[in-house]
Design a protein around this ligand. Structure first.
Ligand SMILES: *Cc1c(COP(=O)(O)O)cnc(C)c1O
Length: 369
């Protein structure tokens, strides 16, 4: 039985191998290994692509969010509203800044932040809202921005899973005061190691975030503000630059696979396929269904060598590490209900069509049994 991987970059690597190796060679021979001309070119090209004025290459998506919070001056005693069904890094970044996460429940049909819940969560201490464009679909930025304006609260977008996705014709990363992007290998634009970027249209925030990534320095060896070390290296920038050439083409492949899944699984009783709101585009970082008898289905697929994932099995507010926040089971009903049903299917740009068929057939079989 051939294994169907959840994610793989082997097809990409064999296709781009020569170009990747030669770009690494050029970077290594250039005499500049970190924060050099490749990083600067990548910052320009990527921020341009997102329709944003400034980009700051950093070490990871987590750091991008952390430094964005620091650039806004968010710290101890402040509250940051986000969602509980996200990757832990969103919350880890808030905690690293010293602030307290406050969780908004989500919309059951899109898995995204429920903007109607925000007003009830805003307090004197609220400094920032971090919507997560989960699985590749933008959150409702109209509603979220409107509330943030009325209450004078900043917005940082977590774009880690949704690079290039649009809401009403505008790309994610261009809505908030700042945005954080991840170039972790599995992401929409993945490097061959860690990497991330802060995006902003605000010159003052750009300058502050840029100093924060390098010990708070503007000039050599002299810190203007207290800073950190979070740098992007020339090798990653070189690889990411060449992968930008095919970013939209690869994302379109994700969309085609998602369409195939949705067509193939339509009408299967027990499965709800993911929905995309009509005013948005979806990048399908993950193709996530809601499944009856989810755990049995996962097991059934595993027996057929089909790898699936639960994004995410335990909502963050119920994780051991975050018990101290004081949330109880039942505190976020939609988030908790979804966590028992969601299942993400294999999906990556180079996934063979036959494999998609096999996954669809196996799921159909399971529910016919
Ligand atoms: C991957 C991810 C991050 C963090 O990115 P890293 O580069 O792994 O630090 C943040 N938020 C979300 C939603 C993610 O999926």
């Amino acid at each position: 039985m051939r294994k169907i991987c959840f994610w793989s970059y082997s097809d990409e690597y064999s296709r781009l191998r020569e170009r990747i190796l030669s770009s690494i060679g050029n970077a290594l021979g250039s005499g500049r290994l970190i924060l050099g001309p490749r990083v600067e070119e990548f910052e320009r090209r990527f921020s341009d692509y997102c329709g944003v004025q400034f980009g700051i290459g950093v070490n990871s998506g987590t750091d991008a969010l952390f430094l964005a919070l620091k650039a806004l001056g968010v710290g101890i005693g402040d509250e940051v509203i986000t969602v509980s069904n996200t990757a832990v890094p969103t919350v880890a970044a808030i905690r690293a800044a010293g602030a307290t996460p406050v969780f908004a429940d989500v919309e059951e049909d899109t898995f995204l932040m429920d903007a109607s819940k925000l007003e009830g969560l805003i307090s004197e201490k609220t400094k920032c809202i971090i919507p997560v464009h989960l699985f590749g679909q933008p959150a409702d930025m109209d509603e979220i921005l409107q509330i943030s304006k009325i209450c004078n609260i900043s917005v940082i977008e977590d774009c880690a899973q949704a690079v290039g996705a649009q809401h009403k014709g505008k790309k994610v990363g261009s809505f908030g005061a700042l945005a954080g992007v991840s170039f972790y290998p599995t992401k929409i634009l993945g490097g061959y190691g860690d990497g991330g970027m802060i995006l902003t249209n605000d010159k003052a925030l750009y300058e502050r975030a840029k100093m924060l990534r390098f010990y708070g320095m503007k000039d050599e060896y002299c810190s203007e503000i207290e800073g950190y070390n979070s740098r992007l290296d020339e090798i990653q920038a070189a690889i990411l630059l060449l992968k930008m050439d095919e970013l939209d083409a690869q994302a379109a492949k994700r969309q085609r696979i998602a369409e195939k899944y949705s067509t193939g699984l339509s009408g299967v009783e027990g499965v709800k396929t993911p929905m995309t709101k009509t005013d948005r585009t979806h990048r399908f970082y993950a193709y996530t269904i809601c499944a009856e008898r989810r755990d049995a289905l996962k097991e059934y697929l595993a027996e057929r060598a089909i790898e699936t994932k639960i994004y995410y099995p335990v909502p963050i507010h119920l994780m051991k590490a975050y018990e101290f926040l004081g949330y109880q089971k039942g505190g976020l009903p939609a988030t908790e209900k979804l966590s028992e049903r969601i299942l993400s299917l294999p999906l990556y740009p180079g996934m063979p069509e036959d494999d998609v068929e096999i996954v669809i057939e196996s799921i159909r079989e399971f529910y016919l049994k």
